[in-house]
Ligand binder design. Structure first.
Ligand SMILES: Cc1cc2nc3c(=O)[nH]c(=O)nc-3n(C[C@H](O)[C@H](O)[C@H](O)COP(=O)(O)OP(=O)(O)OC[C@H]3O[C@@H](n4cnc5c(N)ncnc54)[C@H](O)[C@@H]3O)c2cc1C
Ligand code: FES
Length: 295
């Protein structure tokens, strides 16, 4: 445990772990694996969050896990979470219905640095369910459009049926002030768009001014190495590339060390990190370094 964060043993720290209740007010199936839940705090108070932050969600008897916000904080009367059915808790969350309650703790973590993004071109690169936390950022930019430069979204899904937020994808695509590049790894009969991984349109079709662009990247870890290489090849500075990391969390708030990555606590120092913070931390992601080219 970090010295600065060490716990006073006389303090009752259980209060930090006490969840509050939130009510499910709507549920929408996004794909075979994914549902989106719209929730409201039982207290009726608003929950203020930043895009890229997460909540610790719990269901008695099933456990607790971190889930990112997928709604923008500009839409404040409720908040949305997108959940993949992968295990104990998430499968139980798929069975929730409007009117049911979950436990929540948070918001926690460092999200996308909105103050630094203001005035800059926003390049979002999403792979698979990585679109969920980025949707929060993209709709934030949509709602505060004048505060940002270009908005470019590159989104890759495995199959057309696994594409998330299809209504949002269509709305963003229809906007003249958004540039969207969607692709799938495997097309089906009805798919007329791009085929191939997201790094292909990123490499071949996205032209940026690297001095005024910040890239926000969320997807499977294997994607990060290749995306970093493409962005650096376009002349971007390492400090302007943001990655959101996933680790197994317990406390979610810098107390237990479960998510530790060298000297970083992913739950508290992240989950959104600048690429510069991750270089040299080989476990962080499969980080590409310029030396790789020479090997
Ligand atoms: C910051 C952050 C944000 C996230 N946001 C989202 C989100 O928006 N949506 C979403 O769907 N998910 C999100 N996740 C992932 C989610 O928290 C996990 O998938 C969580 O484990 C689901 O809990 P579960 O009980 O359903 O699954 P679990 O029962 O925990 O199982 C999930 C998977 O992990 C494996 N597993 C179980 N225990 C271990 C272990 N000790 N070590 C390694 N593998 C293990 C299981 O075999 C299974 O494949 C996020 C994670 C982080 C860190
Ligand atoms: S320190 Fe407990 S999960 Fe990060």
């Amino acid at each position: 445990m970090r010295e600065a964060d060490s716990v006073d043993v006389t303090e009752d720290i259980t209060r930090f772990y006490q969840p509050e209740l939130a009510r499910v007010i709507a549920k929408q199936r996004l794909s075979e694996m994914m549902v989106m839940l719209r929730l409201q705090r039982a207290s009726g108070e608003m929950l203020e969050h930043q895009p890229g932050q997460f909540l610790q969600i719990s269901l008695p008897g099933y456990g607790e896990a971190p889930i990112s916000f997928c709604s923008s904080p500009t839409r404040t009367e409720s908040f949305e979470l997108c959940v993949a059915a992968v295990g104990n808790l998430s499968e139980a969350m798929h069975e929730l219905r409007p009117g049911d309650f979950v436990g929540i703790r948070g918001p926690y973590g460092k999200g996308f640095p909105l103050e630094d993004l203001r005035g800059r071109d926003v390049l979002c690169i999403a792979g698979g369910i990585g679109l969920a936390p980025l949707r929060s950022l993209i709709n934030y930019v949509a709602d505060r459009r004048a505060e940002f430069g270009r908005m470019i979204l590159v989104y890759g899904a495995r199959k057309p049926s696994e594409r998330l937020f299809k209504d949002d994808l269509a709305n963003w695509d229809a906007r003249e002030d958004f540039e969207t590049l969607y692709t799938v790894d495997e097309a089906d009969e009805g798919w007329t768009g791009r085929t191939g991984v997201a790094t292909v349109p990123l490499r071949d079709e996205v032209e940026i001014d690297p001095t005024r662009t910040t890239a926000s990247v969320v997807g499977p870890p294997v994607m990060y190495r290749y995306v970093a290489a493409e962005l650096l090849a376009k002349g971007m500075a390492e400090d302007d590339i943001l990655f959101s990391l996933e680790r197994r969390f317990k406390c979610g708030m810098g107390k237990c060390g479960h998510c530790q990555l060298n000297d970083l606590y992913v739950c508290q120092d992240g989950p959104v990190f600048r690429y510069t913070q991750l270089i040299g931390r080989s476990e962080a992601i499969e980080v590409w370094a310029p030396e790789d080219e020479r090997q």
